[in-house]
Design a protein around this ligand. Structure first.
Ligand code: AMP
Ligand code: MN
Ligand code: MN
Ligand code: MN
Length: 283
């Protein structure tokens, strides 16, 4: 067992979380986290604040982000850890990925309006701490707050997923580009929550093979987005593909997230933790 309390996946107001980087750092430290990474979606604007707050609480820090990728027609999330946040191609790539979000949000709003829900774009924007990062989560909070749905889970079931009004097909970064941005900036690419993708066995195999071919080196095994059975399954996948393993809560908000920062089982001992391979990138 690897008994380091590392939490290498969570979100702040810089993407779709509800806490600031400083509030997250305080919460992580209070929960016993020793090594932390803030991994906002397609955005690294919170990295300096997160690193400073981590150090103020005596935690070690790794830079982080969670990049939206389109692979085999499905959205896949690739975590970048330990990269140089000043790297120009990483910064441009992320800016380009964020660039598609506003038009997508406006189209989502048009579709919701056709379904009888008015003002969703403006409503979602009010919840977005970063206007370049309007996400489905912000729409979900607006629809809960205005009483359309009881909770965000219901919003996703009824409105924001494939085949439902409010779902807009979107083309994110390619797998190859995302892995290259991360690795050329000195970081490690990690497949986030692999159990969440609706892939056939062949598609999943292709994802892992192509990810490795592009230079990807890690997979998230213990995450708030997996069940205990999925920890076992993806520990096996990590061994099979020779990938390092990561651990992260995917915490977004005290009111919405069921897994709090640092409150996860440790990584199974026979796996190589990503932080062992990133030792020289830890701040
Ligand atoms: P986006 O990047 O705009 O497509 O939004 C994706 C985000 O929506 C994810 O990172 C989650 O935070 C959130 N999300 C996706 N599916 C669900 C769900 N079923 N319930 C609650 N939140 C979800
Ligand atoms: Mn999210
Ligand atoms: Mn994700
Ligand atoms: Mn996430």
């Amino acid at each position: 067992m690897s008994i380091l309390n590392a939490d290498l996946h969570c979100h702040s107001v810089v993407s779709d979380g509800t806490l600031t980087p400083e509030e997250l750092a305080a919460r992580a430290a209070a929960n016993g986290v020793e090594l932390w990474a803030l991994t906002d979606h397609d955005e690294i604007g919170g990295q300096q604040r997160a690193a400073a707050a981590a150090h103020a609480h005596g935690m070690k820090y790794l830079t982080g982000t969670e990049i939206s990728v389109t692979f085999a027609g499905e959205t896949v999330h690739i975590l970048g850890l330990g990269f140089d946040p000043e790297d120009p191609s990483m910064r441009e790539g992320l800016a380009h990925t964020r660039g598609g979000r506003d038009a997508r949000a406006q189209e989502m709003s048009r579709q919701l309006e056709a379904a009888g829900i008015k003002g969703a774009y403006e409503g979602a924007l009010q919840y977005a701490g970063n206007p370049e990062l309007v996400s489905r989560t912000h729409f979900a909070r607006f629809l809960v707050e205005t009483g359309v749905c009881a909770d965000t889970g219901e919003v996703f079931r009824k409105y924001l997923t494939e085949g439902k009004p409010g779902y807009v097909e979107h083309r994110w970064a390619s797998l190859k580009a995302a892995v290259q941005w991360i690795t050329s900036a000195g970081g490690m690419a990690v497949i986030a929550h692999p159990a969440r993708y609706r892939f056939t066995a062949n598609e999943e195999y292709a994802l892992f093979m192509e990810f490795k071919a592009h230079g990807g080196r890690g997979v998230e095994v213990v995450t708030g987005s997996h069940t205990p059975a999925e920890y076992v399954r993806y520990a096996e996948t990590a061994r099979e593909f020779g990938l390092a393993a990561s651990r992260g809560s995917d915490f977004h908000s005290p009111g919405e997230s069921h897994t709090d920062l640092g409150q996860l089982p440790f990584l199974p001992g026979e796996l190589t933790p990503v932080w062992e391979m990133l030792a020289d990138r830890i701040q």
